[in-house]
Design a protein around this ligand. Structure first.
Ligand code: FA5
Length: 340
């Protein structure tokens, strides 16, 4: 009997050594199952002479525990192998990566840059944290000028003069910075964040974006300003848009103007968006003030120029029919995913 048990165990272990994962359960039933070979042998121990039964029973129990242990080890080995192989399975479908997308303000800014680059405008950057000198003084807005009230902002304490550093209220300081670095001809745009102490509502934020434009050369006139902005408006909003120029005031341009375009929503019929006027305000602009040219070291009898500053967020709102500027900066994915 002991020989038969040993022969059976040898065969079982040899099969187990080369078995594939899908055959493990079959092997277990064949050798260790209720009706398996080992139980068959154990049942026949009862028919042995009494004196042979203990040694045969002992041998059978020893074999059962050896077969069970080896079976468990083999199961673990094959499962590990399967895991490793499956992690390298290049045919398995992967996890879908969450793709980000451009914020509507960034996407629109890229388009604005492309349109102006076609007219030969270079894009420059200018600091968001600015000196009072560039945000105001060099733009013909001295300390006590009432226009400062319109552009109140967040002041920072600098080491030298407390309050002389601030978060810029517009992108116009870029004008002074560019003019102090290069000689005409100049044709640049500068875009970025601006900050104001603001009564926030659907069209006013305390942080918003502007795009500044500056052209300085000999013989630049209002006609160049109008032609440039008309080209921009029609490229951005369609060839049928008209542009209107209204007189206005900015301390750093003379003459100054506001530029409107025909309302997109009602085709100039008059609606809620355009306040029933048929026109939508786009930006502030004007001819660079001779005082500003002189402060930059230019001869204002030789050079003239125009500048404009438009609210980028308002352009985004017009393009996408967004009725509240605050949606743009709340980082609500339900809003942002509409622009993917
Ligand atoms: C200016 O900031 C001037 N620097 C523009 C300029 C540049 C004039 C060059 C002449 C020459 P104003 O404060 O009007 O102007 O702002 C220009 C545009 O910025 C506005 O038409 C509007 O579209 C946008 N804007 C102003 N304040 C806010 C605000 N709180 N939230 C969102 N957009 C704003």
């Amino acid at each position: 009997m002991i020989d038969r048990i040993e022969e059976m165990a040898k065969r079982a272990l040899a099969e187990l050594a080369v078995i594939q994962a899908e055959n493990l359960e079959g092997w277990r039933l064949k050798y260790l199952g209720r009706n398996g070979e080992l139980n068959g042998l154990m049942r026949s121990i009862g028919k042995l002479p009494t004196e042979d039964r203990p040694s045969a029973g002992q041998a059978a129990n020893l074999m059962r525990s050896q077969l069970e242990t080896t079976f468990e080890l083999r199961c673990a080995e094959l499962t590990d192998k399967q895991d490793q192989e499956s992690s390298l399975d290049v045919t398995m479908s992967g996890h879908t990566a969450m793709l980000g997308s451009l914020h509507p303000v960034t996407a629109t800014l890229r388009e604005v840059r492309t349109i102006f680059s076609r007219l030969g405008f270079r894009s420059v950057v200018s600091p968001e944290v600015e000196w009072d000198e560039y945000n105001f003084e060099k733009l013909n807005i001295p300390q006590d000028h009432p226009a400062r009230d319109m552009w109140d902002t967040f002041f920072l304490n600098s080491d030298d003069v407390p309050g002389s550093m601030l978060l810029r209220t517009h992108t116009s300081p870029a004008q002074a910075r560019v003019m102090e670095q290069v000689d005409p001809p100049i044709r640049v745009i500068a875009a970025g964040r601006c900050f104001r102490y603001e009564d926030v509502d659907a069209s006013h934020e305390s942080m918003f974006h502007q795009v500044e434009g500056l052209v300085v050369d000999e013989n630049i006139t209002m006609a160049d300003l109008r032609g440039t902005l008309q080209y921009f408006v029609r490229s951005m909003f369609g060839a049928d848009r008209e542009v209107r120029i209204r007189g206005s005031f900015f301390p750093f341009t003379e003459p100054s103007c506001e530029v409107d375009m025909t309302c997109l929503f009602c085709n100039s019929e008059g609606c809620r968006v355009c306040g029933r006027t048929g026109w939508i305000e786009m930006l502030g602009a004007g001819m660079v003030h001779p005082v500003v040219l002189e402060m930059a070291g230019y001869d204002s009898r030789r050079y003239s120029g125009f500048a404009f500053g438009m609210g980028l967020d308002r352009i985004v709102m017009l393009r996408h029919g967004i009725d509240d500027i605050r949606h743009l900066f709340r980082n609500d994915l339900r809003f942002l995913q509409q622009f993917v």
